[in-house]
Design a protein around this ligand. Sequence first.
Ligand SMILES: *[C@@H]1O[C@H](CO)[C@@H](O)[C@H](O)[C@H]1NC(C)=O
Ligand SMILES: *[C@@H]1O[C@H](CO)[C@@H](O)[C@H](O)[C@H]1NC(C)=O
Ligand SMILES: *[C@@H]1O[C@H](CO)[C@@H](O)[C@H](O)[C@H]1NC(C)=O
Ligand SMILES: *[C@@H]1O[C@H](CO)[C@@H](O)[C@H](O)[C@H]1NC(C)=O
Ligand SMILES: *[C@@H]1O[C@H](CO)[C@@H](O)[C@H](O)[C@H]1NC(C)=O
Length: 486
Amino acid sequence: MESLKTFKNRKGPRTVIHFMVLYFNNCCIHGFRYLTRAMLMFFEKFLWFTLLVVSIYFCIVVCLSSIDRYYTKSTHIGLERNYIFWNTTLPSLTVCPMDRLNISIFAEYCRKNGVKGSQKDILWDFLENLANSTYINFQNIPESDQIDQVIKDIGLKAENYMQLIYNLTYDKTYEPNINERIRCVDGSTYIHVRQVLTEWGLCYLGNSMLTDQYSSRYFIFGESPKPNKYEQELSLIQCQVGSFFQRDTQFTLRGFSGPAIIAFAHSAFEVSKVDSNSNYAEDGIMYDLSTEEIVAEENLEHETTIAMRKCRFYHESNLTHYPFYSRNICQQECRINLAYRICKCIPHFYPNRIANPKKVCDYKTLRSCFPRHAKFFLKLYEENGNEEKHSGCYCEQNCLDAVVTIKSIDPMANAKHLLQGIGSQLTVKTWPQTRLKRQVIFSLTDLLVSIGGTAGLFLGFSVLGFVEVLYFFTIRLIWQILGYSL
Ligand SMILES: *[C@@H]1O[C@H](CO)[C@@H](O)[C@H](O)[C@H]1NC(C)=O
Ligand SMILES: *[C@@H]1O[C@H](CO)[C@@H](O)[C@H](O)[C@H]1NC(C)=O
Ligand SMILES: *[C@@H]1O[C@H](CO)[C@@H](O)[C@H](O)[C@H]1NC(C)=O
Ligand SMILES: *[C@@H]1O[C@H](CO)[C@@H](O)[C@H](O)[C@H]1NC(C)=O
Ligand SMILES: *[C@@H]1O[C@H](CO)[C@@H](O)[C@H](O)[C@H]1NC(C)=O
C-alpha cells in the first residue's frame, strides 16, 4: 500500500489492477489475500483460487435454495388441539324460495305499464321462470312470439332482467309482521338474515361472516342494503358461535311461504355453490353438521404475500365483478368468463357493475346456448370420451375458512306447523377437537439469518464485510481518483 502512488502517475489498466490487489489484500473474505501474496508458488495460488471458486459456488447455491424456500415453502398448515379455548362459528344456510315474484307488486307494475289480460299471464310466467333459472333449467324458460311482443311493449332489455326481477320480488326480511318475516332464530336470539344474489337467483342467507357487500342490493345497484329497523329492534347477532362446553347449538331459517325451497349449508366464510349440495324440499330440511375451522396466525397476512401463502383473505380480491374474495366467488367469476367465451354473453344473475359491462344474454340465448354446455359451466371441466376440457381458471383457497361435513340431512316432517311456514334447521351436535392453522415457518428474518449464516460458513463473510466492500469501491475509490494515496 505504501508503494501505491497516486492515480495521476499511473495509467489505465495497471491502476485498476493495483486497486483490486489492494482490495484483495484488505478484504474480509478469507483466501483472497493468498492470491496476491508475492512469495507464494503458482501451485499454491491455484489451489487457493480453486477453493475460493468452489466456496463461492456453494454459497450461491445454498443462498438460492433459501430464497426459494422463502418464496414457496414459507408457510404450512399445522394442527391445533387445545379445543377447550375455541369458539367455533356455526355454518351458514342459504335458502332459495321456488316462488319468486310477488303477485301484488307484479300487478302494480302491469297497471303502470299497461299490460293487460292474457299478456299479463304470459309476462308473469316468463318472469317467474326467468327468476327461477340457473344452469340446470335454462331450457324451461318459455319462448314465444307473444313473449317477444310483451317484452317489446314494456321495453325490457336483457341488462335490466335482474333489476326488474329484483323490483318485483318482495324482500321478506323487511316484513313488519314477525311471524311472516324471513328470519333466522335460535330460541330468543335472532341472527342477521339478508337477501343475496346467487347463481340460483335471489335467495336468503343467514349466519354468515361475510360483509354486507355480499347482498342483492349491492350486486345490482352498488348500494348497501337499507337498514332493517324490524331486525334491529330484536337482540341481533351476526353469527352464532359455539364452544366445547356447549351442547347442541342450532338455528332455523324460516318464514318461507311458497310451495318449495332449495337449501344449501356451507361454511360461514363462503357463499353457496351452485353445483353441489343443494337440497330441494317442500316441507323443511334438518341438517346435522360438523365443522372444522381453518384459522391463520396473526402475522400471516403481513409477513407473507398471496403467492407465498397460496391463499387469499376476504378483502384481497383481484376479481373483476366482485369487490371481495372467496373461493366460490372466484369460481363464479370463472363461470362468467367461460360463459362469455362460449356464448358471448353472461346470464343475468351476475353483478355487472364494472367499467366495461359484459353483454347480458337475452332469454333466447339462455335457452339456445347454455343447456348444451351446462355440465361444463357447472363443473368447470368436461370429459368427452378421451378429451378433457378445462376452463383454465385457477382459484386460490380462502385463508380463513371452515370445512363443513354433513352428518345427516333429514326432511322435517310437519315443518309447516312447527315453523309456521317452511324453512330449514341447522344443528351442530359435536364440536371439533382439532383445527387447522396457517402458520409462517420461514419469515424474512429467518431468510436473512440463513443467507448470513451461509455466507459466514463458506466465506467468512459478514454484514460489516459487506459494508467494507461498499466502502472500498465508493469512498476509497473516490479518494484514490482524487489523488490521495492511502
Ligand atoms: C367465545 O364466545 C364467548 C361468548 O360468545 C365470549 O365471551 C368469549 O370471549 C369467546 N372466546 C374467544 C376465545 O373468542
Ligand atoms: C307481496 O308484497 C306485499 C308488500 O308489497 C306484502 O304485503 C305481501 O305480503 C307480499 N305477498 C307475499 C305472498 O309475499
Ligand atoms: C324452479 O326450478 C326448480 C329446479 O329446476 C324446479 O324444481 C321448480 O319447480 C321451479 N319452480 C317453479 C315455480 O317453476
Ligand atoms: C327498479 O326500481 C328502481 C328504483 O325503484 C328503478 O330506478 C329502476 O328503473 C327499476 N328497474 C326496472 C327494470 O324497472
Ligand atoms: C387473480 O390472481 C390469480 C393468481 O393469484 C390469477 O391466476 C388470476 O388470473 C387473477 N385474476 C384476475 C382477474 O386478475
